[in-house]
Design a binder for this molecule. Structure first.
Ligand code: PEP
Length: 251
């Protein structure tokens, strides 16, 4: 095993101060587990909780990320409701999710996503960039075309892939319990890898899978060698299921 495997918990609009107990359980598991050398755990709770969690768990076995960032590239200022990269970093975040399909539905267009990615990277926040086609696009055979459009419209030509993680999340898989076959996923990741090499000259982009990952399907998904980990929604809220996902991946 020579690559880091990511397990990223996207808590969406869930969690409160008591949820620290879930993170503590994951932390305790990691501390006594030999696999902690091979994995990166990143919790992305609501922004209001990051600082509280970071103060409670200062150990770097647990990392934190935000679920959004302001596209305005200043540290502070008269921008009501905005959270700058600086404010997020100050709260304890080192990562930020950008381009999630749920956020695209609310208010993120291509231009906004590109601006947010640039602001995050300039300010040394690592980006978890989500891409994914919806069901009707998939049914029309447009999946790869859509993914490539999402990538090209959001990533500058000279972007630094050291601080960028691409999470492929088919929209039709998020929260539905439907997971694409390995055959389908293999084709997508091989094509994406070749495309990223051609357009950005990157050899080993970090590519994750997201969409209904559970303890029962993670081992099968783990057979896809181009996948470097997972973005996990529902199954990341409880430590017991999150830990089982990690364990089953390495079984
Ligand atoms: C997500 O929304 O990023 C996600 C992967 O959700 P779920 O695991 O619940 O499908």
């Amino acid at each position: 095993m020579n690559k880091t495997i990511y397990f990223i918990a996207n808590w969406k609009m869930n969690g409160n101060h008591n949820s620290i107990k879930e993170i503590e359980l994951v932390f305790r598991f990691l501390k006594k587990s030999a696999i902690n050398k091979f994995i990166k755990i990143i919790f992305c709770p609501p922004a209001t909780l990051i600082n509280f969690f970071r103060i409670k768990i200062r150990n770097r076995l647990i990392n934190f990320g935000a679920q959004d960032i302001s596209k305005i590239n200043v540290d502070n200022g008269p921008f009501t409701g905005q959270l700058s990269a600086n404010i997020l970093k100050n709260s304890g975040a080192n990562y930020v999710i950008i381009g999630h399909s749920e956020k695209r539905l609310i208010d993120e267009d291509f231009k906004t996503i590109k601006e947010k990615i640039n602001v995050a990277l300039k300010n040394k926040l690592k980006v978890i960039f989500c891409i994914g086609e919806d069901l009707s696009q998939k049914k029309r055979g447009l999946s790869l075309k859509i993914l490539k459009k999402q990538i090209l419209s959001s990533l500058e030509k000279k972007i630094n892939f050291n601080n960028l993680i691409i999470a492929y999340e088919p929209v039709w898989s998020i929260g539905t319990g439907i997971v694409p076959s390995n055959n389908y996923l293999n084709k997508v990741y091989v094509d994406l890898k070749n495309f990223l090499k051609k357009k950005y000259n990157v050899n080993s982009p970090i590519m994750l899978y997201g969409g209904s990952v559970t303890k029962d399907n993670v081992a099968t998904l783990g057979d896809i060698s181009l996948i470097s980990g997972f973005l996990i929604g529902g199954a990341s809220l409880k430590a017991t299921s999150f830990i089982k996902i990690i364990k089953n991946y390495f079984k």
